[in-house]
Design a protein around this ligand. Structure first.
Ligand SMILES: [Zn+2]
Ligand SMILES: [Zn+2]
Length: 174
């Protein structure tokens, strides 16, 4: 019985053991919950995470007694949150836009995320010292698609095969 699993190497992090977490708050959200058994394993998440500045924070795992007390104290909804934060889950989630207002038969077009999430979050953090909810990403992506759709139409009306900056500017005026 171990406390957590190392996000990088999948080795067990035992009760009372020393482990590391990332200094960046987005790596410590409940649902994501990255845990590392060593600084090297923390290092391993850096290329994917693309942090501007980060360091490993040393922690000590709960004792088995503390852990089981916490499980007992947890009310049912809290318990399911604990399950969802299991570090063995995949770290990267694909955010799918759920825009019910969409019309037309372009169902097979890619609906993927169009913004660089880490850069967007960095910007909002730097500008407003605020965090960014994950739910912002599909909304912004959908808005970008809307602008692109209009710019494509304008470029087409001008019999061009290239969308230009002025098409996007005109699209924004519509
Ligand atoms: Zn590890
Ligand atoms: Zn991190």
């Amino acid at each position: 019985m171990s406390w957590k699993t190392c996000t990088s190497c999948r080795n067990d992090i035992l009760f009372d053991a020393t482990y590391w977490v990332c200094s960046v708050s987005t790596c410590n959200r409940k649902r994501l919950g990255l845990f590392f058994c060593s600084v090297a394993c923390w290092d391993a998440h850096m290329p994917g995470a693309r942090h501007r500045e980060a360091w490993a924070v040393e922690k000590r795992a709960q004792s088995e007694a503390e852990w089981s007390k916490e499980q007992e104290d947890a009310t049912p909804p809290a318990r399911s949150r604990v399950v969802a934060s299991d570090a063995s889950r995949p770290v990267r989630r694909t955010v799918v836009a759920t825009d019910g207002a969409r019309t037309g038969n372009d169902e097979d077009l890619p609906r993927e995320v169009l913004v660089v999430v880490s850069k967007l979050k960095n910007y909002i953090k730097a500008k407003g010292d605020m965090k960014t909810s994950e739910t912002v990403i599909p909304v912004l992506s959908q808005e970008l698609r809307r602008i692109c759709d209009r710019a494509i139409r304008i470029a087409g009306q001008n019999e061009r095969k290239t969308v230009l900056d002025r098409d996007v500017r005109d699209a924004l005026k519509e």
